[in-house]
Design a protein around this ligand. Structure first.
Ligand code: ZN
Length: 293
């Protein structure tokens, strides 16, 4: 099933591409689940059992308005992001592929947004793209084994780990969290897709394009630490909570890895996708165009 954060309310998505409808979960459940999507994650097993039995034919639905979509988990307790998790991307970044857990950092929640947005380029910034598979956790997880880890996943969505490389790399040690958390730097969506919806949850094609020119194209089967292993490793160190978000890493093709390097300019459009999940659309503007004023 597909679950959206639509107009700040949890919605079950039905219908085919470009004609999606959303059923309000709070209304359809008589107030049992929702109204917000965050309310679902702590009761994910119970919620999905109810939703699977819902007879959609008799329910009131409305057309999805993409402008009203928010991040599928808009206020997680924890956000994890993983660096260097594809061999070719590690190489283009000038690093050996990790043989133990790759670098783990965070993207601050204030940078979260829905799938279709306008993003300001920080003054003088070198803003780069990183399409990523994003995992949302569906139950409290401590030291789960790899073979059971997928049972702890609520669903998957498309994410962009937009990165300002100057902030990220200056100073005595990398400044990942701040460089990757300017406003609007973590678009996600268009909705959460449960793993059972996908023909192979461990082999999804993902990519992105700038003004229609393909920049990244990869497959999640090439993750050095695939989803189950990441969850197992992270949960040996920290407890994962329902609604927690994991950016799993980006494949090759980032702007900083190109010769010459290529960063986003005002007026450019970034389209990102994962087959079977959906798309993100970002338009970039200069900081002086005053998004926040
Ligand atoms: Zn990343």
């Amino acid at each position: 099933m597909r679950i959206a954060n639509h107009d700040n309310r949890a919605g079950l998505v039905i219908g085919n591409a470009d004609a999606e409808q959303v059923i309000d979960i709070d209304t359809a459940s008589g107030g049992r689940f929702g109204p917000r999507i965050d309310d679902l994650y702590p009761r994910w097993v119970e919620f999905t059992a109810w939703a699977a039995a819902l007879e959609t034919g008799h329910r009131t639905s409305r057309a999805v308005d993409r402008a009203l979509l928010g991040a599928p988990s808009p206020s997680p307790r924890q956000v994890f992001a993983v660096g260097l998790n594809y061999h070719e991307h590690a190489a283009e970044s000038g690093f050996a592929s990790p043989d133990s857990l790759p670098p783990v950092f965070t993207k601050y929640v204030s940078s979260f947004s829905g799938p279709d947005t306008t993003v300001a380029i920080p003054d003088g910034g070198a803003v780069d793209w990183e399409v990523e598979l994003v995992v949302v956790i569906g139950r409290t997880t401590t030291a789960v084994t790899e073979d059971r880890a997928w049972n702890h996943v609520a669903g998957l969505t498309v994410g962009q780990d937009i990165s300002e490389r100057i902030t990220q790399t200056r100073g005595p040690a990398p400044q990942f969290g701040l460089g990757k958390s300017f406003p609007g730097f973590s678009p996600q969506g268009p909705w959460l897709v449960t793993p059972d919806e996908l023909p192979d949850r461990d082999d999804l094609e993902l990519g992105c394009a700038v003004d229609g020119a393909e920049m990244q194209k990869g497959r999640t089967r090439d993750l050095i630490f695939p989803v189950a292993r990441l969850i197992a490793e992270l949960s040996r160190n920290v407890t994962l909570y329902p609604g927690d978000v994991i950016f799993t890493g980006t494949p090759a093709g980032i702007g900083a890895g190109r010769e010459p390097q290529r960063f986003l300019a005002p007026g450019e459009h970034l389209d990102s996708w994962i087959t079977g999940i959906g798309e993100l659309h970002q338009t970039f503007v200069s900081d002086t165009q005053g998004l926040s004023s």
